[in-house]
Design a protein around this ligand. Structure first.
Ligand SMILES: [Zn+2]
Length: 253
């Protein structure tokens, strides 16, 4: 068994089954960061407060999940700011100090486009656009928490550890399974049954966020908060635990 630290990050929260996921994680003594959409927080602020009181951390995942490379810079700032204010209010209502300001880009699109290579592009306009968002995050007090021992070369070469948003090192591809169940659309990557994304944990291509066998690094793990829990979320968490992942929160400075 691998035995290594995993930092669990759960995007697109809070869904209709968010509270059930929180309860499930509590039963397994797993703490996690939920990256939340502002529009969903408005709808389910009580659930968000419940999670905060149980020791979970809520991060900012924009207001309504656009591709940041496809909207003007000003609108990117708005997306961050709106949800920031909602989170501020929710933490206040919960009566708990916000431990950190954390941001994750919708689709991981840092502003250079969805199909872009990770890292800073050669295109000057794109660079300025991305830098503009990073500067804004910094100015608003956003920073990465301390994820200990993330040593993947691809991750560090792309500068991901230095950005002011939180990226990931292992992506479960659960959304491709959810997409297949929803619409019958098969992912071009071949991951559309639950089995395929669980087997994928044993692949050995850490450069492609693929496989969890590499012992030399911790992992920042990305899953999603889709409506539903038993079909994908619960078996996925079980598979991580069976794989020997020990979940903990990063250090908030
Ligand atoms: Zn998302």
């Amino acid at each position: 068994m691998v035995r290594k630290v995993g930092y669990l990050t759960i995007d697109d929260a809070p869904s209709a089954d968010f509270r059930n996921k929180v309860k499930h994680l509590l039963s397994k003594e797993i703490k996690a960061i939920f990256f939340c959409r502002g529009d969903f927080l408005v709808e389910r602020s009580e659930d968000a407060i419940f999670a905060i009181k149980q020791g979970f951390v809520l991060g900012n995942h924009s207001y309504d999940h656009p591709n940041f490379s496809e909207i003007p810079l000003k609108e990117c700032f708005n997306q961050i700011k709106q949800t920031d204010e909602i989170l501020e209010r929710i933490y206040e209502e919960a009566g708990i100090r916000r431990p950190a300001k954390l941001f994750r880009f919708p689709y991981g699109d840092k502003g250079s486009g969805l199909d872009a290579e990770l890292g800073w592009p050669d295109d000057k306009d794109k660079r300025l656009f991305m830098q503009g968002i990073q500067n804004y995050l910094k100015k608003q007090g956003y920073a990465q928490p301390v994820f200990e021992n993330i040593s993947y070369k691809w991750y560090n070469d792309a500068g991901l550890a230095k950005d002011f948003d939180v990226y990931w090192t292992y992506y479960s591809r659960d959304c491709e399974v959810a997409e297949y169940r929803e619409s019958g659309t098969k992912s071009p990557h071949g991951y559309y049954h639950l089995r395929t994304i669980i087997d994928r944990m044993d692949e050995d291509v850490p450069e492609g966020c693929c496989g969890l066998n590499f012992r030399g690094s911790s992992d920042i793990i990305l899953v999603h908060d889709y409506p539903g829990i038993e079909d994908i979320f619960v078996p996925l968490i079980r598979a991580f635990l069976n794989k020997g992942i020990y979940f903990k929160l990063p250090i908030f400075t």
